[in-house]
Design a protein around this ligand. Structure first.
Ligand code: 4NP
Length: 167
């Protein structure tokens, strides 16, 4: 019964999207979930992530991303999966990490119905001027730290947005 109540009151759904769903978007999912839980909103907000490519389906996040997240207290343990049109239909806010993600996600929106809820994550950053969350996959450790810096900044903005959107 408690489970049904939780589903009935879960009124806002956020989806984070990157390319592989093993670095940026699962980290965004972990950072956002931590903030939402701290705010006592876990029963009202659902958070998921996906990749535009399906190469890593079923895998845990990249070990470098997991370690960097763990150092800041985030448990990054989602399993990679590919985004689908159903995600776009079901979610209230779809946040993509870069312009290529934006083009790829929009290609799933074949009838151009969901454009208003698909946004670049960095629109929600206030302490950084970057317009994209750079792909850290082929770079060094610093890239993963920058990803987390941007995600922490932007997720605070997303949290404000969610609070103002909840009934
Ligand atoms: P993500 O990073 O999009 O942040 O998960 C990447 C992960 C894997 C690959 C590229 C980017 N790859 O080429 O396999």
């Amino acid at each position: 019964m408690a489970g049904i109540a939780a589903v009935m009151t879960r009124s806002f759904r956020v989806l984070f999207v990157c390319l592989g769903n093993i670095c940026r978007s699962p980290a965004a999912e972990g950072v956002m979930r931590s903030m939402i839980t701290e705010e006592g909103l876990a029963e009202r907000v659902s958070i998921r992530s996906a990749g535009t490519a399906g190469w890593h389906t079923g895998k845990l996040p990249d070990q470098r991303m997991r370690s960097a997240g763990q150092n800041r207290g985030y448990d990054l343990s989602s399993r990679a999966r590919q985004v689908s049109e159903v995600d776009l239909r079901e979610c209230d806010l779809v946040l993509v990490m870069d312009q290529q993600n934006l083009r790829d996600v929009c290609s799933y929106d074949r009838e151009s119905q969901f454009g208003s809820k698909i946004r670049l994550f960095c629109e929600f950053c206030t302490d950084h001027s970057e317009t994209e969350v750079p792909d850290p996959y082929y770079g060094g450790e610093q890239g993963f730290e920058l990803v987390l810096d941007l995600l922490e900044d932007g997720c605070r903005g997303v949290l404000r947005h969610i609070r103002s959107s909840l009934p």
